[in-house]
Design a protein around this ligand. Sequence first.
Ligand SMILES: *Cc1c(COP(=O)(O)O)cnc(C)c1O
Length: 445
Amino acid sequence: MLNTNPNSALSSSSLQARSLQAVWHPCTQMKQHETYPLVPIASGKGVWLYDTAGKRYLDAISSWWVNLFGHANPDINAAIHDQLEKIEHVMLAGFTHEPVVALSERLKAITPDSLGHCFYASDGASAVEIALKMSFHYWLLSGQPQKNQFISLQNDYHGETLGALSVTDVAIFKQTYAPLLRPCTHVTTPDWRYAERGESARDYAMRAATALENHVAKNHAQIAAFILEPLVQGATGMGMYHPVYLQRAREICDRYQIHLIADEIAVGFGRTGTLFACNQADIAPDFLCLSKGLSGGYLPLSVVMTSDNIFDAFYDDATARAFLHSHSHTGNALACRAALATLDLIDRQQVIATNQTKATYLNSLTEPLIAHPSVKNFRNCGMIWAFEVETEDSDFAAKCFQAGLSQQLLLRPLGKTIYFMPPYVINEEEINLLVSGTLNVLNSL
Ligand SMILES: *Cc1c(COP(=O)(O)O)cnc(C)c1O
């Protein structure tokens, strides 16, 4: 095709210019790209992304937290190639196929015994919608239609479709659309940054759990479910909390007969140091939502896992009692194969132990970061690190992103929070570069 843009002598500027003409980018004020150019990516390998001019960037945030085993992973690539030769996709109503069955069996085997049934969708927000609808529908089928309210944690993020946004509590995403949303109570977050001086993370989590119990004790008759992000509240800025909160939440939900929905879309598959965050509290939720890393970050895929008890309430002769919800790409065979290859890698690379070693190595380098005069609240949970930067600059996130690129790093701060959430395949040399590059970024701003 003839390129008619006079400014696009370089292929990179041409890709940027064409993108700005035709693509509406997510979570972006498009006009800012007058100042900050798009980064045109040509290829990826392992933790590295390569732009069209051949410059490389270490993907320190796993491309919005989805990538577990690096870009262009040979095993996941091979699985998808193999599946392409068989069947790429078939509708999952009335049909089934080996990849979706095998994946469901594998997921059952690695999650608590009570979670026996897998309902698929394409993205995280849809998984949240499904869990909310199923929970309400369960209570309706059980003769309790008044249980139609949801509660979530202050600062929680569950996605941006209207139902998921209703249970989200991140003002920049939510405020504008408030008139479209259902009311939802956001109970006190256990995030330890809110603890009083001298109060331990555990004590503060216990105090937040008491606030939960007080709310639930009064309102349980109307509440269908409590949805939360276990251990790490991601989008709000990697708020971390003590697992005892999850234990208490499970007890409270049991006592007052409300469902517990664990949204492990961001933290599942080893991110917090255990295969699932709920493992650290030794609890089983009534609904477990998974996505992002589920397919190794390759293809859009999400799943909601539920207990037999919930499944059985829908099992009947009457079609009207069924869960009449679908997405066109439900159970996509290519995505399921990518997920199976990802689970193989989790096993074969002994990810929990290997990540522990990598995290210990990264933590051995962080002294200068922690000691940096503008760094506050340095924290770590498994393969997630985060800290706040003390700055008055309201444009900090954009400037930090740019400064990161010049250090070969893809950092994308959440407001004034810088975080690392690298692919698990990161090696020591790359960890060195991540930490020293971030120090350079801080010193340059
Ligand atoms: C990313 C995320 C979602 C939404 O997933 P999408 O695929 O972006 O719709 C929901 N919950 C949590 C905890 C997430 O991190």
